[in-house]
Design a protein around this ligand. Structure first.
Ligand SMILES: NC(=O)c1ccc[n+]([C@@H]2O[C@H](COP(=O)([O-])OP(=O)(O)OC[C@H]3O[C@@H](n4cnc5c(N)ncnc54)[C@H](OP(=O)(O)O)[C@@H]3O)[C@@H](O)[C@H]2O)c1
Length: 254
């Protein structure tokens, strides 16, 4: 992982998305050991547990959890303050009655320990976010966005643009699904997003064929079309592309 980060930084990539749970802390620690002040980082606070139906946000993000992870990330990243801090998990039960946690999170901006705060939205369809977006309590949202998963364009972006919320689009290649790999290999390598792994190989092949037909492109052109789709979507501040190889970095910096 370290050589990938170093290579990316040498190639002037200056923005990374991480979390204290990625590589059980290794991703943040590794970045912390090589970044300089010109590199910007999104990191996230993991909830105590995976959210469930009708759960209260405060039970999953109690204050001590937020305190702990602000410290963990500051120490791992060796920064005086965090650039962007997101709640790593979200559940539609929290679309209302979330003030107690979001206000607490904002308190870290006043303490100058965090510059911007927000939420990383889950992979499943997530609408009904207007109250959160208009609350004045979030600066940004990270949303899954790709040719197979584009509900954010209708349900998140218009209100966010109106309310000056910065949007980061993640997973433009739907894990590896929209890369050039055969679906069989995507499944074998296990790196397609879990969200898509629930579909059968034939169903996924059908989805990919439909995308190629809709955009009138060959399978080879799919990754670039998929990345361009995010980059060209109005209201997207930055696209977060997963890259676990030098090869992908080289392709994406061209
Ligand atoms: N809840 C959350 O907050 C959450 C959830 C999921 C993801 N994320 C973030 O979003 C990032 C990206 O998500 P992701 O990994 O799901 O998906 P992604 O960006 O859709 O796909 C990444 C995969 O695509 C391959 N790839 C990259 N550029 C390519 C290109 N130009 N042509 C062909 N293949 C290419 C990479 O292969 P190689 O590995 O071989 O380089 C990598 O495995 C993650 O790293 C993470 O930071 C956040």
């Amino acid at each position: 992982m370290r050589n990938i980060f170093e290579y990316a930084i040498n190639k002037e990539i200056d923005f990374f998305d991480t979390s204290p749970v990625y590589g059980s802390g290794f991703s943040e620690k590794c970045l912390g050991s090589i970044i300089n002040k010109n590199i910007h980082i999104i990191t996230k606070i993991p909830a105590i547990n995976k959210p469930v139906e009708n759960c209260e946000i405060i039970d999953f993000y109690p204050y001590f959890r937020i305190d702990k992870y602000v410290n963990v990330s500051i120490n791992n990243l060796k920064k005086d303050s965090l650039d962007i801090l997101l709640l790593h998990n979200w559940h539609y039960s929290w679309n209302r009655n979330n003030k107690i946690v979001l206000e607490y999170l904002n308190g870290f901006k006043e303490k100058k320990l965090v510059k911007l705060v927000g939420i990383s939205l889950p992979d499943y369809f997530c609408n009904d976010m207007d109250e959160v977006i208009e609350s004045g309590l979030i600066d940004c949202l990270e949303v899954p966005l790709n040719l197979l998963q584009n509900w954010a364009i209708e349900y998140i972006l218009p209100k966010s643009i109106k309310n000056n919320i910065s949007i980061f689009a993640r997973s433009p290649l739907a894990g590896r699904l929209l890369s050039n790999l055969e679906i069989e290999d995507v499944k074998k390598r296990g790196s397609a997003k879990n969200y898509f792994l629930k579909y059968s190989e034939s169903n996924l092949n059908k989805k990919i064929k439909n995308v190629c037909r809709r955009y009138n492109i060959s399978r080879e052109a799919l990754p670039q079309t998929a990345i361009d789709y995010c980059r060209n979507t109005k209201g997207i501040l930055s696209t977060i592309i997963g890259m676990g190889s030098i090869n992908s970095i080289n392709k994406n910096i061209q």
